[in-house]
Structures are given as structure tokens and as C-alpha cells.
Design a binder for this molecule. Structure first.
Ligand code: SF4
Length: 534
């Protein structure tokens, strides 16, 4: 098992400097100093890290006990949570069944969803009672909300032991140790650190919830400025992970029996733009600006053992023909595109700073379907963005109907503090009007979803088995390449991670039902065995 760096000094100098200033500010003991010979701002080398770990390991509290990680928000957060769990387990903790059984609760927060603040502080209120019930319990708050609220988290909830942000997930175990020795700690970095081992959560130890599928972070941050979105403020500017690192990680996963990978980023199809611009700045005049994401799809999809490649999320303004071509050419890349529309009104799209029009969106979608005729398309749509008129909403309905989505995540606008849209208060749409528009939009989406599901009936599809259905354990839940949920009764016991052919027999708006035909691939991943702590 990979051991995480496990002491306060296992970070780059920038992190130490920041930690030092915060300690000083709060009058807490200073951290262990940066070792000699490491220039400020420079990442530590591997051997230096090991030395430091050995030097101070004995001075820190033993890490034992059980933990729970509660995740809010998107897949990026879920992936960060896997890393947090991996770091804690590498440091000696074991997973708890639930909070009653736990010594450490980690809340990995998200500030994108409505009322995220209220929910977090409500949960922290309950956790105060949980913490008071047994000595030694600890609470950690990580993620976007802590990045945004910083010291505010512990000001409002002093029972919290550790507050960390989005740029220092790699420090979770270290900060937890530190808090056991010297009391509560808040550490928020303003920017991602330069060491790629800590920059990308994929490079940290992991406790994956499924052994046959994996998320792979290819990019962090976002260079866009959508008026409703807090991500650029809390995740920073776009930084692409080196191409070979991504490919190597997927190859390693394939060796472990992983067959499905999902490439993660806020704007995946601009992947590599920063790498190429940096190469040009450094004098590499041969570095042509080309869509590296398409190259990445081809490289990852060509790895032996990888049967499915998914990605989320692309931005319509950056969608390139080369990406569609790669999707069409590489059999492993799934016939599914999540393609966030947000609005069909050009006026609203401009106010959102989305960089495309409704017409342009549909043109791109038509091009995608020309390349990949059996493409399933999902989307995100916001109803009631500030200033949205009846006419604007009608245009959203028109584009939605024309797009014929397979499914959509639809939201009523609610302001996220710190965003441009939150300051457009004078233009907020009446909640009753927004609610009525939301229902009309949902009806349009459900019509196309059902139509597109009905078109699958009679087809034989290959599905990836996820496990027993929650409602009926005799039925299996599985996903098609188009990401459609299929329920079927297996002809024989099938492990999660198996692939099978299923004939689709019935369509509902949110799932399909099928008849088992045959197994096409038996999983080779090892079933997870709990790690014993010596
Ligand atoms: Fe947010 Fe827009 Fe960036 Fe997506 S593209 S993360 S919505 S700013």
C-alpha cells in the first residue's frame, strides 16, 4: 500500500509559509520549520520528504480510529473524497460504518448547490452533539465552501478541528495529526501548489468506492467566468495535468482490472491549452495549438483493458471537431456527451458569459450527431437566471426541444454568494414564475427522454453491471455506453464490474428494463479487502 506523507513538513515551502503565517496570526505554536537548503517556493524532492517524515513522525500523535467522509457536490468533490479517504487509510485510520461508529468525520463541501452554507452549518450543529458525546472525536471541513469561507468556518463552528480548502487536499492527514497535537487548524491556500503530486488528486493515495471504474483528474480550475458559478474563485485557474501522467495512470488502473475511466475537469475540452501556451512561451515555436483533449481520448481509449472512457464536463464554446472525430474513431469512448446548455436565449447566454448562442449550440450538437449517430446527450439548464424574460424562456424551451436531450439536470437559479449573478438582485425572477417555467421545461425534457428511451426497446446493448438494484436485490442495475440505467434479472450470479448483453424490453423516462442475454466480460479486479492496521 502507498504510504502518504504523514507529517506537518511533508508539503512544499509555500504551504509551510502559509501555515506559519496563520499560526502566527492565531497565536498558536509555529509549525516545524522548512528544512535547510530548500528555497522558498520550491517543491521538496522525494528524498527530502522521506527524511522529514522520519524526523518528525515520532513527534506527532498516532493516527488511529475510524473515519467517515461525507461528500457534497460534483464528481470532482467525490474524487477528492476518495483521495481524502485514501490519505486517512494510508495514515492508519479505517472506514467506519456510520458517524456513530466514527472518530473522525470529514465534510467535503460544495458551494454550488442551493443553500449549501445553511446545510453545512446545520450539519456542523448536529456534529457538535456527536463530538461532545465521546472524547477524542474530530471534525474536518474541506472543499469549496471552506475555500470560500476560510476562517469563517471556525468562527461559526468552533467545534471544527481542521479546515482545509480545495488546493491542499493532500494535507488532510497531516493537518489532522497536527490538530491532535496542537489544537484546531485552518489552512487555506490561495493557489494550487506547484508539485504535481499534490496538485492533482489522482496522484494521491486513493480509496475507490468501485474497483472496476475510476475517475482520473486531467485538469483543475477553470479559466471561464460564468456569471452564476463560484468554481473559478474556489478552484483557481485552469491547470492541465501532464499528458503522459494521465496515460500512465490509466495504464496502471487497467493493470489493476479497471475497465471504465472517467476523465474529470471543469472544462475538459480545453485540456492542454495551458501546456501548449507555456511551451510556446518557453520558445518552443513548434508547439502548435491543437486540441490535446482529442489526442488524450485516443491515447486513453487505446489502452489494453480499458473498455469504456467517459469525460465530464466539456464546454460548448470549446467543443472541437477533432473531439467528435476521436469519439467516433475510438471504440472505447462512450457514445455519450454531457453538453451543458444553461439557457437557450442568446441574451441570457451573453449575460452568463457563456460564449455561444443557442444556434451555435445546436449546430455543434448536429455536428456531434453527424460524427456519432447513436450519441446520447445530457445537459444542464438554469431556469430564472436574473433578467430572464418570458421570451428568453420560450427560447430555452425551443432549443431544448430541438436538442432532443436524453436527460437533463434542471435547476431554478439561486444566487451563490461571491458570483456576479448574485449581485443582479434587481433582476431576480419572481420565484413563482421561475417555478412554473421549471415545470414546463421538465415536461419538455421528459418527453424527449422517454422518446429516446423507447427507441432503445428491442435493441441488444452491452451493459456494465454496477450491483443489485436498491429497491430489489434480485434485479441488477447496470449502465449502457450511453449512460442509461438498465434493470435486468441475471441468468446467473454476476459480480459488479461484469459486462453483459441485455435486450431492452421496456422504457421509462429515467431507466430501461432488459432481458439478460449473455456475459461478455468477467471482471478481473480484486474485490476490496479491508486493510488491517497493525
Ligand atoms: Fe463554472 Fe463556467 Fe467554469 Fe463551468 S465553465 S466551472 S460553469 S465558470
Amino acid at each position: 500500500m502507498v504510504r502518504a506523507r504523514c507529517c506537518v513538513n511533508g508539503l512544499d515551502a509555500m504551504g509551510v509559509a502559509l501555515l506559519a503565517s496563520r499560526h502566527h496570526h492565531r497565536g498558536s505554536p509555529p509549525p516545524v520549520p522548512v528544512p535547510h537548503g530548500v528555497p522558498a517556493g520550491a517543491p521538496l524532492g522525494q528524498s527530502e520528504r522521506l527524511d522529514i517524515r522520519q524526523d518528525c513522525a515520532s513527534s506527532l500523535a498516532d493516527m488511529t480510529g475510524r473515519y467517515v467522509v461525507r461528500t457534497y457536490g460534483c464528481q470532482m468533490n467525490e474524487h477528492d473524497s476518495e483521495r481524502i479517504a485514501g490519505l486517512l487509510e494510508a495514515d492508519g485510520l479505517v472506514p467506519a460504518d456510520d458517524e456513530d461508529d466514527a472518530d473522525v468525520v470529514v465534510l467535503n463541501t460544495c458551494c454550488i448547490r442551493e443553500n449549501a452554507d445553511n446545510r453545512l452549518y446545520g450539519n456542523l450543529g448536529h456534529l457538535k452533539t456527536w463530538k461532545d458525546a465521546r472524547e477524542g472525536r474530530q471534525i474536518v471541513v474541506a472543499g469549496c465552501l471552506s475555500q470560500k469561507d476560510r476562517d469563517g468556518v471556525r468562527n461559526r463552528a468552533p467545534q471544527v478541528d481542521v479546515v482545509l480548502g480545495t488546493h491542499n487536499v493532500h494535507r488532510t492527514a497531516e493537518l489532522l495529526r497536527q490538530s491532535r497535537v496542537s489544537g484546531p487548524v485552518t489552512e487555506i491556500l490561495d493557489a494550487a501548489v506547484v508539485d504535481e503530486h499534490v496538485l492533482f488528486p489522482s496522484a494521491l493515495p486513493v480509496r475507490r468506492e468501485t474497483s472496476y471504474a475510476a475517475w482520473v483528474t486531467i485538469q483543475i480550475g477553470c479559466d471561464n467566468n460564468c456569471a452564476f458559478c463560484i468554481v473559478p474563485a474556489v478552484r483557481g485557474e485552469e491547470i492541465s495535468r501532464p499528458f503522459d501522467d494521465v496515460v500512465d495512470e490509466v495504464r496502471r488502473f487497467a493493470g489493476e482490472g479497471v475497465t471504465e475511466v472517467t476523465l474529470l475537469g471543469q472544462n475538459v475540452n480545453s485540456y492542454g491549452r495551458d501546456i501548449q501556451l507555456a511551451a510556446r512561451r518557453d520558445g518552443d515555436t513548434d508547439a502548435r495549438i491543437r486540441p490535446l483533449f482529442a489526442d488524450l481520448l485516443r491515447a486513453v481509449g487505446g489502452i489494453d483493458g480499458i473498455r469504456r472512457v467517459r469525460f465530464t464536463s466539456p464546454h460548448p464554446k470549446d467543443m472541437r471537431t477533432e473531439t467528435f472525430e476521436a469519439m467516433a474513431d475510438v471504440a472505447a469512448v462512450c457514445d455519450h456527451l454531457h453538453y451543458p446548455l444553461q439557457s437557450g436565449s442568446d441574451q441570457v447566454l451573453a449575460a452568463m458569459h457563456r460564449g455561444y448562442t443557442g444556434e451555435r449550440y445546436l449546430e455543434r450538437l448536429a455536428e456531434a450527431r453527424r460524427h456519432i449517430p447513436d450519441l446520447a446527450v445530457s445537459t444542464d439548464i438554469i431556469v430564472g437566471f436574473p433578467g430572464e424574460t418570458d421570451r428568453d424562456f420560450e427560447q430555452t424551451l425551443e432549443v431544448t426541444a430541438a436538442a432532443e436531450f436524453d436527460y437533463a439536470y434542471t435547476f431554478i437559479f439561486s444566487p451563490r454568494p461571491g458570483t456576479e449573478a448574485a449581485a443582479m438582485e434587481s433582476q431576480f425572477v419572481d420565484p413563482a414564475v421561475a417555478g412554473e417555467r421549471f415545470e414546463r421545461l421538465r415536461a419538455v425534457v421528459e418527453r424527449s427522454a422517454l422518446r429516446r428511451h423507447e427507441a432503445r426497446v428491442g435493441r441488444v446493448e452491452e451493459v456494465l453491471v454496477e450491483g443489485p438494484s436498491r429497491k430489489d436485490p434480485s434485479v441488477l442495475a447496470a449502465r449502457t455506453g450511453q449512460n442509461k440505467l438498465v434493470h435486468f434479472v441475471p441468468g446467473r450470479p454476476l459480480r459488479a464490474g461484469s459486462y453483459a448483453l441485455v435486450e431492452i424490453t421496456r422504457a421509462a423516462p429515467h431507466h430501461l428494463e432488459g432481458r439478460f442475454v449473455e456475459v461478455t466480460h468477467e471482471p478481473s479486479h480484486r474485490t476490496r479487502i479491508p486493510v488491517a492496521v497493525l
